[in-house]
Each structure stands twice: as C-alpha cells, then as structure tokens.
Design a protein around this ligand. Structure first.
Ligand code: BGP
Length: 488
C-alpha cells in the first residue's frame, strides 16, 4: 500500500496481441503471418519455425482464444473491470494478406471497424499496435523479410491504410512491438533465431556467423526505424491528434559484481539495445553505433534521405514492456564490446525470486527503469503497455482461481510505477497489464503460461470449452482502477 493515487486521466487497462488471441488465422481473406508458422513449444522446448503451414503440426496461434468471434463478450469483461484503455494489434495479414497486395482486404478492415466501435461504445480507449510479430509470411519468402528495403513501402502502405480508415476511432498507435528484442544477438541461437524472426522475418541456417547475423539485424532494424518515422509523419498529416509511440522491452541490466569489467559489460549490454529508442525518440543514431558501423563494416544501407526522415519522424511517446531484469558479466578474458556480443555473458541473478519460467521478479527494477528512461528522454510521455506474471493457475472445484501470486506481482509493480510517477516525477500516462485474459504465450506457444484476470478453459493442445472464468485478481484489479491505484 503506497497511499499514492494516480491522476484521474491515467490510462488503466490491459493488452493483448492479435496473433495470440484472435485465432481465425485463415478466415475472411486473412493471409499467413510469420506467427502462423510457429509451432507450440514449452518452458524447456523452443518453438520451431516451419516452412509454411504443415498439416499435423500444433500451431496454437491458429485458434488463439477465438477472440475474433468472442471479442464483444471479452471486451464487456474488460469494461466490467473499469478499463480506460485496451491494447491489441491489427493483424497485418487481415488487411494485406500477402503484404504486397495492390488493394486492402475489405473484410479485414471491417472487422477492426467493428472491434474499435465496440471499444469506443464501452468507453475504452483503443491502443493499437501496427506490427506485433505478425508480418505477412509472403514478405519473408518473396522478399527476404526486413533485410529488404522494399519492406518500408509495404509497411508504410499498410499503416497509412489503417491510420486513414480508423482516423476517428483510434488515437494511440504503436509502430513495431518490442523492436529491440532482435538485438539480443548473444543469446543462444535458438533464442536469437526466434527474436529476429518475430521482429524482422529473418531466418538463418547453422552456417550463419554472428557477424552476418549482426549486419543483417542492423540492416533490418534500420529499415524498421525508417518505416516507423515515415508512419509518424504520415499520421500527423492524417490526424494531428494522433499519438504515435515506439515500443521497447526495457529492464535494468545489472553488473554481476562491482568489478569494473562487469560494469562495462552492463553498459555495453544496454547500448546493444537502446539505440532503437534513441533513433525513435531523438531521430539519430547514437555515436557508439556510428563508431561501431565504421569499425566493423556492419553499416546498414543508410541514405541521407533516411537520416532526414528519422530526424523528422520522432515518436510522440514511448511505450514499454517490463517483465524481468537481467544481470551480465564480462566474459572470461574478454573486454565487453558491441562488436562481439559473446564478450558479455548473461548470469542468473540469484538474489531475487523468479517465475516458473525463470523470469525474475523485480518490482523496484521497474521504478529504476522508469527513472532511467526519464533521464535519457526528459519528460517524454511513457506508457507501460505490458507488465504481467505468467503462471500455472488451478481451477478449484467451485470454479474459482486463487491467483494471489499474480496479485502480489502486479501490486508490487504498480506500487513502484506509482512511486516513479508521483515521487520521482516520471511522465507515466498509462499502465496496461499484459494478458488481462489468458492468451497464447509468444515465447513458448503455451496456454498454460497464464497471465489473465480472466482464465480461459483451453490447454496447450487447444482442447477445452473456451469458457471464461474470473480469477481472484479480476475483482482486485477492478478495485485498483476504481481507487486510481490507491488500493493495491
Ligand atoms: C512480449 C510480447 C508479448 C507477450 C509477452 C509475454 O515479448 O510483446 O507478445 O507475449 O512478451 O511473453 P510470453 O507470452 O512469452 O510469456
């Protein structure tokens, strides 16, 4: 209990993504997305990327939680909790099934017209992500994904189409979800393969060197940033009231020890990721990246026109996902350097607890991160658009779900966000918890990694009634919103 109260216009709510909830993966003209070829994994088995959709494989995103057909009932539950805002994404392939189609798919456009009308009818502010790991699969097979400059035009055409279509229904937009995930090049290749796939539609075989992967990732990231900047400029012409946000997963990166080399490792690990927010927010690459490009030849294809676009297309706010924190050390015998991510080694932080999926539980880290972002980008509006606790839930005989572990995680994190806002002066404009209703996990494809105030009766194989059940945290969060965050 902090006794702190958030401002009346604070955007309390929750967030999901089309590919993790809607299902209807091939309905009404929708094309195959890069999420539709991801098989189910679990806490210890990574998901696989198949060549196209293969009969007999388990693709959990094909059904999600049937949100395509249940969104009215589900949004009514969000309204019952008192949501001020609800984030989801537009599935790019409902609008341009192949990504390079001449004309948009009217059935897809109408679907989101109806969904946004329902949100507005309920008094819930839509917060809409344009690209949430859902690019058209055809843009990978035909053009090689975001390593191809043509992706800029395809992405801008799609964005312009929906910004114009929903100019009077949606105010808050987000361009690329967690755009900096792909910078985790030093991760084991199975993790890294997944991250560059979901961000950029890039695929590697085992012969790809780290240097090739890095050059590719910097190129794809650059085109994504140019596309985002173009969308910001277009959006402000379409509706001057639009708020266009960048979106990054953020967390403090702790040095494993007070050893100077470990401190340098933590700083380099930060620099490996934060150039995305620098370009989105400041409109230019930080000097450590320019120096890296010069030294290594990773320099992406950057034109003077690109640089002008980046400068003029900076975002209106920063949206973030925060789940956990990380610790790193300098790899034995190496000096931490951006050139060689293997010089920075992740280490397990045994000083704080972790979830059943090994994600650390670090509420103070959220306050630290919000202050760090405010120092980097003074007074830039920040919206937390993902924070949540994935856990195994048990349905008791009477249908109740006592998720006090989820309440403990969320109340501790909201308390720190309140301190950052009211005591530290951070310009936090909203808190949208991730997965207010159970959905398919992005990382593992599981349903059993549950985040919801609303439990969905579906298992990891997609079996179950699909029935929605309120967990204990449903009424808890309803009261948090009702008391503007005073009663945690
Ligand atoms: C982020 C994604 C979300 C969501 C979240 C939780 O990476 O933006 O799509 O999935 O992580 O991760 P997971 O679903 O793997 O538990």
């Amino acid at each position: 209990m902090t006794g702190l109260k958030m401002p009346k216009d604070f955007l309390w709510g929750g967030a999901i993504a089309a590919h993790q909830a809607e299902g209807a993966w091939d309905v009404d003209g929708k094309g195959v997305s890069i999420a539709d070829v991801l098989t189910a994994g679990n806490a210890t088995t990574p998901r696989t990327i198949t060549d196209g959709v293969i009969a007999g494989e388990n693709y959990p995103n094909h059904h999600g939680i049937y949100f395509h057909d249940t969104y009215k009932e589900d949004l009514a539950l969000m309204a019952e909790m008192g949501f001020k805002a609800f984030r989801t994404s537009i599935a790019w392939t409902r609008i341009f099934p192949n990504g390079d189609d001449a004309e948009p798919n009217e059935a897809g456009l109408q679907f989101y017209d109806d969904m946004f009308d329902e949100m507005n009818r309920l008094g819930i502010e839509p917060v809409i992500t344009l690209n949430h790991f859902e690019m058209p699969y055809h843009l990978v097979t035909e053009y090689g994904g975001w390593r191809n400059r043509r992706l800029i035009d395809f992405s801008v055409k799609y964005s312009e189409t929906v910004l114009k279509r929903y100019r009077n229904k949606v105010k808050y937009w987000i361009t690329h979800n967690e755009i900096s995930n792909q910078a985790n090049i030093s991760e084991a290749s199975t993790v890294q393969d997944f991250l560059v796939w979901t961000n950029s539609g890039l695929r590697y075989d085992e012969t790809a060197t780290i240097a090739e992967r890095m050059a590719d990732m910097y190129q794809a990231g650059h085109y994504e940033l140019v596309a985002s900047a173009k969308v910001v400029q277009l959006a402000h012409q379409i509706n001057p009231d639009f708020q266009i946000g960048a979106m990054l997963n953020v967390s403090p990166i702790y040095p494993a020890t007070p050893l100077p080399a470990d401190m340098l490792a933590a700083q380099k690990a930060e620099q490996l990721r934060k150039w995305f927010s620098d370009v989105h927010i400041r409109g230019a690459y930080p000097s450590e990246l320019e120096a890296l490009f010069e030294r290594t030849g990773y320099r992406p294809d950057i034109t003077d026109e690109d640089r002008q676009i980046l400068k003029e297309g900076t975002v209106d706010y920063l949206s973030i996902s925060y789940y956990a924190t990380f610790a790193v050390k300098a790899a034995d015998g190496k000096t931490p350097a951006l050139d060689d991510p293997s010089s920075i080694e992740s280490v397990k932080n045994t000083l704080i607890p972790a979830s059943d999926w090994g994600w650390t539980i670090d509420p103070e880290g959220l306050r630290y991160t919000l202050n760090q972002l405010n120092n980097l980008y003074p007074n830039l509006p920040i919206m937390i658009v993902e924070n949540g606790f994935g856990a195994y839930d048990t349905v008791t005989a009477d249908g109740s779900i006592h998720d006090d572990y989820r309440i403990a995680y969320l109340s501790a994190h909201i308390a720190e966000a309140e301190k950052a806002t009211i005591i530290d002066g951070v310009n936090l404009i909203g808190y949208l918890s991730w997965g207010p209703i159970d959905i398919v996990s992005a990382g593992t494809g599981e349903m059993s990694k549950r985040y919801g105030y609303i439990y969905v009766d579906l298992d990891d194989e997609g079996h179950g009634s699909g029935k929605r059940l309120k967990t204990d945290s449903f009424n808890w969060y309803q009261n948090v919103i009702k008391t503007q965050g005073e009663n945690l």
